[in-house]
Design a protein around this ligand. Structure first.
Ligand SMILES: NC(=O)c1ccc[n+]([C@@H]2O[C@H](COP(=O)([O-])OP(=O)(O)OC[C@H]3O[C@@H](n4cnc5c(N)ncnc54)[C@H](OP(=O)(O)O)[C@@H]3O)[C@@H](O)[C@H]2O)c1
Length: 310
């Protein structure tokens, strides 16, 4: 089925989207396909991914296919790379979107309003964030999963697909980040400076820093060592992803490598406590994915505008 569906892809730009089965990722797939891009929608769960593709095809978007991808599983990543090498041969746009939320929701979750259709109606971003802080807890497992998925997983997918991105004449990598990955959330000036010193940073050093965070988390020393507090693993993973984006942009000037904050979006990640729809959030990601040829690289975009890493 997949080979037949991609027989007319030669003249199109090709994109891979990770975590494409729902939320912002699904809408990124929809909008890229709507802009004439052929899309490989990936998801870790075969049934959820296939259902998402069917949904998009049902909406008239025929140039979308499914491929399984669990970003933390090296064999799954290798299978996707092999499939693309054999059947597509190049990758114009890689959208690293898959991520987890960085904390566990408490079992006795209490919504601000049990009566309203939208339990967060009337709340601003600060109030919703406060609700999320109060209704979640960071555990060893959630921190570990967050670093493995949001940072290492993204990095491994990027490394595996990099030769294919290089086969494009206009290869782009878009890392979906977050406003809370900004370095202002770090208390330690030393950590902040090192993560911002992109001229001297390597991805090996980034790995060491992320591993050091996990050690400090395990030892209960997050605050004492000056790491961000509150969703600390999520913030560290996204800050490291931003730094990785800059390292990759410097190392591969022929590519466009950028990171994007989509906005505070109503998805499963935050139990629908957002301000934007997934469609609106995806627009901020797709705008960067489809920037004109020769555009910026090594940059961070928030809500459609270039913004500071700090
Ligand atoms: N929502 C917001 O307000 C917000 C704000 C800033 C940044 N972001 C970022 O936006 C991106 C999309 O998030 P979202 O809000 O759309 O969340 P979401 O609805 O929870 O979607 C997350 C997606 O990632 C997938 N995923 C998680 N772990 C994976 C893994 N190990 N391998 C492959 N896929 C995996 C999920 O698959 P399953 O369905 O199988 O779980 C799902 O498809 C993330 O990078 C997130 O950090 C979101």
């Amino acid at each position: 089925m997949e080979r037949g569906a991609i027989s007319d892809w030669r003249s199109k730009r090709v994109a891979v989207v990770t975590g494409g089965n729902k939320g912002i990722g699904l809408e990124v797939c929809r909008q890229l396909a709507g802009n004439g891009v052929a899309v490989v929608l990936t998801a870790r769960d075969e049934a959820r991914g296939a259902a998402a593709v069917e949904k998009l095809r049902g909406d008239g978007l025929s140039s979308v296919i499914f491929h399984q991808l669990e970003v933390t599983d090296a064999r799954s990543v290798a299978r996707l790379a092999d499939f693309l090498k054999a059947h597509v041969r190049k990758l114009d746009i890689l959208v690293n979107n898959a991520a987890v939320g960085g904390a566990e929701y408490v079992p006795d979750l209490v919504y601000p309003s049990a009566t309203n259709d939208d339990p967060f109606a009337g709340m601003d971003e600060g109030q919703m964030s406060e609700w999320m802080q109060q209704n979640t807890r960071e555990t060893y497992n959630s921190a570990k999963e967050t670093l493995e998925t949001n940072y290492y997983g993204t990095k491994h997918v990027t490394e595996a697909l990099l030769p294919l991105v290089h086969s494009s004449t206009d290869g782009r990598i878009i890392n979906v980040s977050s406003v809370i990955g900004q370095l202002r959330y770090f208390v330690s000036e030393e950590l902040k400076q090192e993560l911002n010193d992109v001229g001297n940073l390597s991805d090996q050093r980034l790995d060491e820093m992320v591993a050091a965070f996990m050690e400090d988390f395990t030892a209960g020393a997050v605050e004492a060592r000056g790491w961000p507090v509150g969703f600390s693993a999520y913030k560290v993973a996204k800050a490291a992803l931003n730094a990785y984006t800059r390292v990759m942009a410097r190392r591969h000037p022929e590519l466009r490598v950028n990171c994007v904050h989509p906005g505070f979006v109503k998805t499963d990640m935050n139990r629908l406590a957002g301000l934007l729809t997934p469609e609106q959030g995806a627009r901020n990601v797709v705008a960067v994915a489809l920037l004109p040829t020769g555009g910026p690289t090594g940059k961070y975009f928030a809500l459609g505008q270039e913004a500071p890493f700090v």
